[in-house]
Design a protein around this ligand. Structure first.
Ligand SMILES: [Zn+2]
Length: 266
């Protein structure tokens, strides 16, 4: 018997409908696994020294670029204001790869106010803090054309003047490690002290991160801080950083930048 085209449709459409129903029923019996966290690599202290991008930074970014993993680059204005064209071209190239350059203050210094050693964004005036933010924003724009949208303070040391100063810069919408006790309209990126790239500071520590992972693996967003300049002091440090990245890859985390995260959450 020869089937007419209309007969073929009459048989196949119900069959397809049944198959669709059957497949969705099977799926519902096996709910999708909980989503893996987004991870921001908060890398601090990029500046121009010895006429170079520091080898700690080039090694880390080359490694991440080979894996198509995005990170963030915290710059300090005063320490890169005399950078070479190659230095700025390197920052532009990282931006083009999807990494995010962010404002890590102007001096990264410890000023003395009324005889007391303070921090650039803790214990200094509103005006001082505002100028620091503005100078680094303006410098990067002038040298590279890049507009930063994220801030994170040196030493993560801030006070209420920081929130006031940040409020004057609407283009800075994201605040890395903003403390919960300071009122701000900026998007906060949380700090989990027990879960980090380094332990102690400057020393990548896979054992410490893996030990803390169990407890925090269901967080929606994890911000991991590190200092690539310190990771070439000893070859084992860079290897340990790579072990951490390999661990996170195995956990199928989703690497992201604050700017990308903001777009996602809109
Ligand atoms: Zn720093």
């Amino acid at each position: 018997m020869k089937l007419r085209p209309t007969s073929i449709l009459a048989i196949t459409i119900p069959a397809l409908l049944w198959l669709t129903f059957a497949c969705s029923s099977v799926r519902s019996l096996h709910p999708a696994a909980a989503p893996t966290p987004y991870v921001i690599l908060k890398l601090d202290d990029a500046w121009f020294e010895n006429d170079l991008v520091h080898p700690g930074w080039t090694q880390v970014l080359d490694y991440l670029n080979a894996k198509n993993i995005v990170a963030t680059i915290g710059i300090v204005g005063e320490r890169m204001q005399d950078g070479s064209p190659d230095y700025y071209a390197w920052l532009q190239a990282q931006d083009a790869r999807g990494h995010e350059v962010w404002n890590h203050g102007w001096c990264h210094c410890k000023p003395v106010v009324e005889g007391q050693e303070v921090r650039e964004f803790l214990g200094t005036s509103y005006t001082h803090q505002l100028r620091s933010l503005q100078k680094t924003q303006a410098l990067l724009l002038d040298k590279t054309g890049l507009r930063m949208t994220t801030f994170g303070a040196p030493y993560n040391a801030v006070d209420t003047n920081t929130a006031r100063a940040l409020a004057e810069l609407p283009e800075l919408t994201e605040w890395l490690y903003a403390p919960n006790n300071i009122v701000t309209t900026k998007a906060r990126y949380p700090r989990i002290p027990a879960l980090n790239l380094e332990q102690p500071v400057h020393v990548p520590n896979p054992d410490s991160l893996i030990a803390a992972w169990e407890q925090y693996q269901h967080e929606p967003l994890i911000v991991l801080q590190g200092h690539p300049r310190s990771w070439v002091a000893d070859a084992s440090r860079m290897e340990d950083f790579k072990r951490i990245i390999q661990f996170l890859e195995a956990k199928k985390v989703r690497f992201i930048t604050p700017r990308q995260y903001r777009e996602l959450m809109r």
